[in-house]
Design a protein. Sequence first.
Length: 363
Amino acid sequence: MGEVDPAFVQELEHRPKQGIIEAEGLPIIDLSILSSSDATPDHSQALEGLVKQVGNACRDWGFFQVINHRVSMEKREKIFNASGKFFAQPLEEKNKIRRDEKRVLGYYDAEHTKNVRDYWKEVFDFTPQNPIIMPASHEPDEKEITKLYNQWPEYFNALPICHDREVSEDYATEMERLAFKLMELIALSLGLQPDRFHGFFKDQTTFIRLNHYPPSPFPHLALGVGRHKDAGGLTILAQDEVGGLEVKRKSDAEWTWVMPTPNSYIINVGDIIQVWSNDAYESVEHRVKVNPEKERFSIPYFFNPGHYTIVKPLEEIVNEQNPAKFRPYNWGKFLANRKRSNFQKLDVENLQIFHFSVSQLAD
């Protein structure tokens, strides 16, 4: 990440120190029942139990881990290897695909971002749906759309050295399959039809992020990523054995260290699911702690709907006893606003779903 700027160190020293970490893991849910086509009563009962587990985890934590998910561990290992290979490149090579206001996918690091959540890491973003289609502007009346294309490192296509681009795209296919399965379980847990959410993801704005957290000389001062909530639908995270993710526990608001579980994925519901469920399932704050000695790699998959999606509480959930807690908003415009904040310091607070809260409107 280059030499440390003294001004950056001074800024870190004035930031609030990290809170107490509770060593307790997230719920671990076994998905092996989904691999069976058995139609016996025992299978149906086991499936009902799985749906209940998912619903409880979404309600009580907003996070959970899954095992026996049928994602190819070979493909997972390959994309981690590709990630390590990319971030080991000289900065001048990575800068060839640095993102900017027009090319928002690609490489960036903490020294070159206006996003205050990102402190001590570097990132490479790409989308399985190449290109992503979204509004050209966050302005409500703007009708023009734009296409966001991937930027691939030159050596990703340099045969026979490697097939890293193909590896990345294959892995994305595995993630999409798992994401739809998880959305079906979430739908069932809310009393909905299993395919209730499928239509929202026809023209996805989904993207994958390769994260690299170098060892930090200031682990007591810096965070890899500051406290935040995910704005999209569902996040599926693969992390290495180093770990660093911390989740704010809903029961007592304490920060909980997420112990790495071999071959598992960490799942969290995003703001969109919170709105769709009308607050039944809350998007929860989380952050990443850096390690003083070891570098860390993680790969989140952000499963997001089409840009034209109007996000609002689902009609099957809203009734007189449970009125809508959010006003509708356009996901593409919301996303465009978020992207804008990455490249310029805004005069207003970054847009959040609480800005669409009915209770805030009443206040």
